[in-house]
Design a protein around this ligand. Sequence first.
Ligand code: COA
Length: 145
Amino acid sequence: MAGNVHGGWIMKLCDEVAGIAAIRHSGHRVVTAAIDRMNFRSPIFVGELVTLSASVNAAWRTSMEVGVRVEKENVWTGERVHTSTAYLTMVALDAEGQPVTIPSIEPETPDEERRAREAQLRRDNRLIEREQITAERGGTADSMF
Ligand SMILES: CC(C)(COP(=O)(O)OP(=O)(O)OC[C@H]1O[C@@H](n2cnc3c(N)ncnc32)[C@H](O)[C@@H]1OP(=O)(O)O)[C@@H](O)C(=O)NCCC(=O)NCCS
């Protein structure tokens, strides 16, 4: 109603570019296992130019974390603003649709090292949270994690 671009549309774009980055890294088709985090720092309005960039921050056995940065640009003034960051876990699948081992990542730059450390922290925290909630529920595992 106020001219904002719907957040769900931005999420869809994030999912798409994360999928492309994950396919490029793994060489396989991929599925989104989880959107681990998505923030909206600043609104995007209809008519603004949106640019998304994605990086595979860490790769484990069959899954990888992809970070997506969303920027908006006012095409009249050239002003660019960082509007969102999203972290998605993508899983590579073989031809039978089973998770398949993917190449590891060797960070080379300080930025890549930081992204890999933070991705590992998010994965560790997710697994700790799963253990805590499983214990809280009396040992019943939940597939939502
Ligand atoms: C993602 C999926 C393939 C995992 O299958 P699974 O039987 O749990 O497979 P595994 O237990 O071998 O786990 C495979 C990897 O997925 C990861 N994973 C599974 N569920 C996860 C979740 N909810 N969040 C994050 N990672 C998850 C595991 O940690 C594992 O990673 P690793 O091999 O790097 O350690 C399966 O749950 C699935 O197909 N989900 C539906 C995906 C989908 O439809 N997405 C939307 C459209 S693309």
